[in-house]
Design a protein around this ligand. Structure first.
Ligand code: F6P
Length: 349
């Protein structure tokens, strides 16, 4: 490919984005292509904002968190002429290909543009949530799990000193991948996730059981998308409702940790504190694992561009990097399978 290749990063930022940008750019430049970064996700294509990517721009970015081209949660399909402007700006910049690096929202737009307009796009699966189908893992997830695990380790020692219950709220949106993996790695005593809604009563029972065994402290990991669930069958989503949903229709989650901590303290009488990890899980340098995965995804995406494999996404299957149709990746959320939760559950209480 000796043409003009653009890349964009969309949705929440994620450790490893710059490693992908570096790999796509490096391989495309080596093949004689020109490379452009689209500023701030789909917004940059709607508004026609680009930056040139050359050896200087990608130098030293491999270990850097965030994204050098910026990101946004812009959805061209929600503004009246958004898609027309994307197509017009793509044509007027004389672009030949787009590499879209994102999660279900960003890649959902890419998939639709390909299906409806034969748009020359390939995808790279990004998200700390690891909730994209079509790939075993997304890059950024390992870093988030590493950060959450370290936090749980630290909370253990202070929980033990004070005989407290520590509730740790982690991200993950509507799946519990970060909670389950960091909870297993950190030795959590109870883990609450959207896919396996243990009741508040059962959670308290596990903590009491643990205390009856002589342990005066407990660590409870809760995924932000867990609904407070009661034996009565009542379920309650906790979200920051004050802020309206974004252009992809997502409500801003957060706050379930606080609500759960209140319930635990009231029902068990044990002193309980809450820690919300929030965006700490997304910031900073990627782990070596994520740097390598992101690099492999980026090289694969550049190869898919070279081969004109439009409408596909780089994906991890076992230990191999393969390509899958974009529509497969965005068809449904990849939830935590019961067998993973069983591993976690073996250590409850
Ligand atoms: O999808 C990644 C993610 O970090 C989710 O885990 C979280 O719910 C959401 O993004 C937070 O989004 P924002 O950065 O817009 O607050």
């Amino acid at each position: 490919m000796t043409g003009r290749v653009a890349l964009l990063t969309g949705g929440g930022d994620c450790p490893g984005l710059n490693a992908v940008i570096r790999a796509v750019t490096r391989r495309s430049l080596d093949r004689g292509a020109e490379v452009l970064g689209v500023r701030e996700g789909w917004r940059g294509l709607v508004e026609g904002r680009f930056m040139s990517l050359g050896p200087r721009e990608i130098s030293g970015i491999l270990p850097r968190g965030g994204t050098i081209v910026g990101t946004s949660r812009t959805n061209p399909y929600t503004s009246e002429d958004g898609v027309e402007r994307v197509l017009a700006n793509f044509a007027s910049e004389r672009l030949d290909a787009l590499v879209a690096i994102g999660g279900e929202d960003t890649l959902g737009v890419a998939s639709r543009l390909f299906a409806e307009h034969d748009f020359p796009v390939v995808g790279v699966p990004k998200t700390i949530d690891n909730d994209l189908s079509g790939t075993d893992y997304t890059f950024g997830f390992d870093t988030a799990v590493f950060i959450a695990t370290e936090a749980i380790d630290r909370l253990h020692t202070t929980a033990e000193s004070h005989n407290r219950v520590m509730v740790v709220e982690v991200m993950g949106r509507h799946t519990g991948w970060i909670a389950v993996m960091s909870g297993i790695a950190g030795g959590a005593d109870v883990i609450l996730i959207p896919e396996q809604p243990l009741t508040v009563e059962a959670c308290c029972d596990e903590i009491r059981r643990r205390h009856a065994r002589g342990k005066d402290f407990s660590i409870v990991v809760v995924s932000e998308g867990y609904e407070l669930t009661y034996e009565s069958g009542e379920r309650q989503t906790v979200a920051q409702e004050a802020r309206a949903s974004d252009q992809f229709g997502h409500v801003r989650l957060g706050g379930v940790g606080d609500a759960l901590a209140g319930e635990i303290e009231e029902r068990t009488g044990y002193e309980t504190r809450v820690t919300v990890l929030g965006h700490v899980q997304r910031g900073g340098t990627p782990t070596p694992h994520d740097r390598v995965l992101a690099t492999r995804f980026g090289l694969k995406a550049a190869d898919l561009v070279e081969q004109g494999q439009w409408g596909t996404m780089a994906a991890l299957r076992g230990d191999s990097i393969v390509s899958v149709p974009l529509r497969e990746a965005v068809a449904e959320l990849k939830t935590v399978p019961p067998e993973w939760y069983d591993v976690a559950r073996a250590f409850f209480g």
